[in-house]
Design a protein around this ligand. Sequence first.
Ligand code: FAD
Ligand code: FMN
Length: 763
Amino acid sequence: MKIACLGGGPAGLYFAISMKLREAAHDITVFERNRADDTFGWGVVFSDETFENIAANDPPSAATIRSHFAYWNDIAVYYGGARVVSGGHGFSGIARKKLLILLQERARELGVNLRFETEIASAGELAKNNDLVVAADGLNSRTRKEFADTFKPVIDLRKNKFVWLGTRQKFNDAFTFIFEKTEHGWIWAHAYQFDADTATFIVECSPATWDKFGFGAMSQDECCSVCERIFANYLGGHRLMSNAAHLRDSAWLNFPRVLCEKWSHDNIVLMGDAAATAHFSIGSGTKLAMESAVALADYLHNEPTMPAAFAKYEDARRTEVLRLQSAARNSMEWFEDVERYLHLDPVQFNYSLLTRSQRISHENLRLRDKNWLEGAEAWFQHLAGAGDNFVRRPMFAPFRLREMRLKNRVVVSPMAQYKAVDGCPTDWHLVHYGERAKGGAGLVYIEMTCVSAEGRITPGCTGLYAAEHETAWKRIVDFVHAETDAKICCQLGHSGPKGSTQLGWDEMDAPLAAGNWPVMAASATAWSERNQSARAMTRADMDRVRDQFVASTAMAARAGFDMLEIHCAHGYLLSSFITPLTNRRTDEYGGPLENRMRYPLEIFHAVRAAWPAEKPISVRISANDWVGAQGIEPRDAVAIARVLQEAGVDICDVSAGQTSIRARPVYGRMFQTPFSDRIRNETGMATMAVGNIYEPDHVNSILMAGRADLVCLARPHLADPYWTLHAAAKLGDRGETWPKPYLPGRDQLYRLSGGGEPSTIAV
Ligand SMILES: Cc1cc2nc3c(=O)[nH]c(=O)nc-3n(C[C@H](O)[C@H](O)[C@H](O)COP(=O)(O)OP(=O)(O)OC[C@H]3O[C@@H](n4cnc5c(N)ncnc54)[C@H](O)[C@@H]3O)c2cc1C
Ligand SMILES: Cc1cc2nc3c(=O)[nH]c(=O)nc-3n(C[C@H](O)[C@H](O)[C@H](O)COP(=O)(O)O)c2cc1C
């Protein structure tokens, strides 16, 4: 095959090498506009694991590259006057220039033609004289533009500013992050050694800080001098250097996140940064480029036709690239929002930094550096009041809200059972909640319990509006208190426009086949075309519903619940006031957020007055309507939380969605946790995270990184009432209390899960 590689970066060179290795007869030319030893940038990083994949493809080039690696294991973070170091991270660095020279040598050795100082104007023209053109022409790929109609690129220019500098100062003991507070705001550096006497020093800051420094108007030398002054304490008198002479004016950039819908056009295929970019803060661009090169070479050799090879290449690499891009995006966003975390204690800040891409889990950090993680766990437990030098996972830390003390941070999220009879809980509820309370969670919620018959979602929903309801709930609460050390929270709500609908396992949110009752909401809206239109609440309705909330609160207090939650989420009555999607009122309860919050706040204040002062109240909100700017977005959720915090709400239960049938949620692991994170760290209010959190690792990392104070699990508790006790056993934690009759089961589980068997009872 006659092959042209457009671009002599890592992708182009390594593809040429990989093809020659598979078939020496290929006629391959690499076209590079620069000279052989011209290069922008300093060092690149590989992690230990990722280099293994590349080494298997061509052991000789891997061996020479490895011989020039600078290795380090630690990550050091300077922040708030402390240097926190953790180990076991296993990275290597190499000068970009060195890497390219080694790849050029290997390519030459294998018979690849290298043409430097040759600028290619059109990949389309090149394609006419070649069987295959690999367009590895980098971030600003001309080929991507030439065939934009086919590739359909999306380029998202990110907000932070960064500049890639170098220094002779040694950072050879650790990959180093330095966060400095200046008169113009925070600015930080990512520094790593890549050869004996040079380190990369990337400086990054928000656009606001960048503007205040006036970096945009500075020459590259002036910019280096200002950065030297900012980071003087860490540079040991060494200069910062720029080698971006090819960029006019300042060398500061905004990172472009590149995605392309398609990667091939006839006999032209995109590779490396031309096809997709991953933010530099996870240092994987070069690895991605080289791995894609290996994959394409493989497919071209193993598939019968070029289109088949391209299809396989796109299919396989796109998944891998998307996975990496998603981690890179998390990391990039963490740096974009870093000012949100700069109030954290250095231990927690460090943890948050290390887990920012969400690829490194809590237990993975233990494998990397047990001592460091145990130090962090002890810090967390100390802060939670568990005592000094007490090492236990964060999920097993106590938590206090007013006078309510929870034994741990796991919460059984509210889940409607649809098993009530005329609003009255039955033996189903006694067994169901009794089991969850025995299962080890610190706090067990009951389902949304309605303040009136017409406030129920379905005929199977529970209520607290009749004396027999109070009696039945008291029986359940008494059982929980007598037989377990869990606390129990009553979630009070009113269904509003989503009322009078079918049981959850019939047709959720659909009207009843017969016997519908009239519903009301903030405005005269309908949940869907099939649902009845709600009546807009009058002031008299508002008074009545407020009084119903108060009456139910008094019943919940007499029943002995430990905590109360007001349900202001998921499109129900109070939620219908908060979201602009359903609140079209023109009076003082509609319009700006302050007005839309007025009625939910009125309910809160009335309920607070009727609820014992020593017991906490939470409010559940939908932090994102998932419809874009027309609805609630996470930034609005912060404003909502501030209002709740000022009113005296003790904790915000941060859910999302279910407020509109137009919602397009973006699901994934822990997908709603960023909203809790944002609220907690921007307002200082205590929060609970919920939504697709199902592993102990998720819970521990959310808590340890300060993304929530409590973690709610719903569906995992339907599948396993004993989720917490099972998690503890699996993790080897022997500190959770089991119900006495179950101790033999516990002991067997401990034995089977590899730990010792405490002989606590004589049988
Ligand atoms: C600040 C920063 C730090 C980074 N740190 C790391 C890191 O630590 N680890 C890591 O793995 N990656 C890192 N990267 C990313 C990494 O540099 C790229 O992902 C990687 O170089 C992509 O390789 P490539 O071959 O696709 O593109 P490039 O390396 O950009 O190569 C493209 C080549 O094509 C040539 N070219 C372009 N157009 C033409 C034309 N028309 N004619 C002829 N030649 C042309 C260019 O001159 C260039 O040499 C970093 C990037 C930045 C911006
Ligand atoms: C069967 C079922 C019933 C639910 N009922 C309620 C409820 O009564 N009140 C409420 O606020 N959320 C309710 N939810 C939402 C959950 O509390 C939780 O927010 C959601 O399921 C996401 O958590 P998960 O991914 O752990 O399941 C319910 C969820 C399920 C699965």
